[in-house]
Write a protein that binds this ligand. Structure first.
Ligand SMILES: Nc1ncnc2c1ncn2[C@@H]1O[C@H](COP(=O)(O)OP(=O)(O)OP(=O)(O)O)[C@@H](O)[C@H]1O
Ligand SMILES: [Mg+2]
Length: 234
């Protein structure tokens, strides 16, 4: 698991947004290495670039300069189509507001990413059942999102993210919409996926309890990472 010290490798990454004819720089030479099997929480004030970072890691956005490489694939050198295939193979994403489709049951929502795969209906059903069982959701399989609590919906969101067995899980504020008890349940799931299944997890969060579950906390501030173990400047 630790034989791959730069499973995620960012080197000299630059990214800016256009704003009324001007460029708003977000990152200018950002570098980062995350080994396979790590569980990293990214914290930082609003506007520090956390979602921008996740979009770069997901290959949903591209760097203007520098390198973003994940699992040996140099995303900065790949075209849109290749990045899409890479994402299907490598990535699961967990969102703050679950993003479940309201007209599909829990099992159907979890099955969605498998429809892109060459699997039989039976194979898909077996995989969905396995993941629902892992997340303690067997009894919810036929329930629709509106029939479930926020915590249950987020567990369905996590099930959908891992049903393709991706190596990397990206989470944007996964507990941001949950009460404490539900948040702790979702965090226990992420902890299990990291420890038992070796998933590499990068999680953006404002929740100190969520950061406490991660193995490492990175503090993003004005587009750079604060050295680990230092306090915020006042
Ligand atoms: N598409 C865009 N066009 C222009 N500016 C953008 C765009 N996306 C983000 N920004 C700006 O870039 C900066 C970083 O945004 P980002 O969304 O990465 O921050 P964040 O750390 O995720 O913040 P939050 O905690 O509020 O979610 C902000 O100043 C934001 O206004
Ligand atoms: Mg954000």
């Amino acid at each position: 698991m630790t034989d791959d010290p730069s499973f995620i490798h960012l080197q000299g990454v630059a990214k800016s947004y256009g704003r009324g004819g001007e460029r708003l720089p977000i990152f200018d030479g950002l570098s980062l290495d995350i080994p396979r099997g790590d569980f990293v929480a990214v914290m930082g004030p609003s506007g520090s670039g956390k979602s921008t970072l996740l979009n770069l890691l997901a290959g949903l956005d591209t760097a203007e300069a520098g390198q973003v490489s994940i699992g040996g694939f140099d995303l900065s050198a790949m075209g849109e189509g290749a990045r899409g295939r890479w994402r299907t193979e490598m990535l699961g994403i967990v969102f703050q507001f679950y993003n479940l489709l309201p007209m599909l049951t829990a099992a159907e929502n979890v099955e969605l990413p498998l429809l892109l795969r060459p699997l039989s209906k039976r194979e898909r059903r077996e995989r969905v059942a396995t993941v629902l069982r892992l997340l303690g959701l067997e009894a919810r399989a036929r329930h629709y999102p509106r029939q479930m609590s926020g915590g249950q919906q987020q567990r369905v969101g996590i099930a959908r993210a891992i049903v393709t067995d991706p190596a990397l899980l990206l989470c944007d504020e996964p507990t941001g919409d949950l009460d404490r008890a539900s948040a702790d349940e979702a965090l226990a799931m992420l902890d299990l996926l990291n420890r038992e299944l070796g998933k590499t997890i990068v999680m953006v969060t404002h929740d100190p309890a969520a950061a406490g579950v991660a193995r490492r906390v990175l503090h993003l501030d004005k587009g750079t990472f604060r050295p680990e173990g230092t306090e915020a400047a006042r």
